[in-house]
Design a protein around this ligand. Structure first.
Ligand SMILES: [Zn+2]
Length: 196
């Protein structure tokens, strides 16, 4: 396999990039000075080597604990559960939430083969068992899978007795949290409801 085929195959595995775009990007890189490709390669290598999930909340970080878990000004008694680490940025932009997070790592989706055991739900249950957590806000996306995931999380947390709330439906149904604006997310957080 040639170097061109090799890179094209790798690029085509990225979301939203088909074979044609992959080939165009490869030829684009070949037209640029070689040091630009090397810079891109270097950035990818550093990304792969340094970025890892936070052992407490599964947010992505280059440190031992992520910046939010390590920040003493954050209220560790309120945990906001989200599907992906990329959702955290969206909620942080709303400047409404001062608690900490828990990244589930996806949403329940039997069609895609994602079961509860594939998500960090047991881990979340473990975080609330010591009694220091007073509320878990479930901020999964307002899709069918996101709602099913929220319900599953709530049921898993019920034995612990912790208060479980769900963000309000101010978000467009099927819309991704990641793309919602800060004001919309702030309203959805303020208007959250108890799930029990
Ligand atoms: Zn963390």
């Amino acid at each position: 396999m040639s170097a061109i085929d090799d890179l094209t195959t790798e690029l085509a595995k990225l979301p939203g990039i088909g074979k044609k775009t992959a080939l165009r990007l490869t030829y684009h890189l070949l037209k640029q000075p070689a040091e630009r490709s090397l810079r891109l390669a270097g950035a990818l290598q550093v990304l792969a080597e340094r970025v890892h999930p936070c052992p407490r909340c599964h947010n992505l970080t280059e440190q031992d604990l992520c910046g939010i878990c390590a920040d003493p000004r954050r209220d560790a008694s309120v945990i906001c559960a989200v599907e992906e680490a990329s959702d955290i940025g969206a909620i942080e932009r709303s400047a409404e939430f001062r608690g900490v997070y828990h990244v589930l790592g996806g949403r329940l989706s039997p069609l895609d083969g994602v079961a509860a055991s594939d998500l960090a739900i047991e881990d979340l249950v473990g975080r609330v068992t010591d009694g220091s957590v007073r509320e878990v806000i479930v901020a999964t996306n307002p899709s069918v899978e996101g709602e099913a995931t929220a319900l599953y999380v709530q049921q898993a947390l019920t034995p612990s007795g912790v208060r479980v709330t769900r963000i309000a439906r101010g978000l467009p149904v099927g819309g991704d949290l990641e793309y919602a604006d800060g004001v919309t997310i702030a309203q959805a957080l303020v208007a959250r409801r108890d799930m029990t």
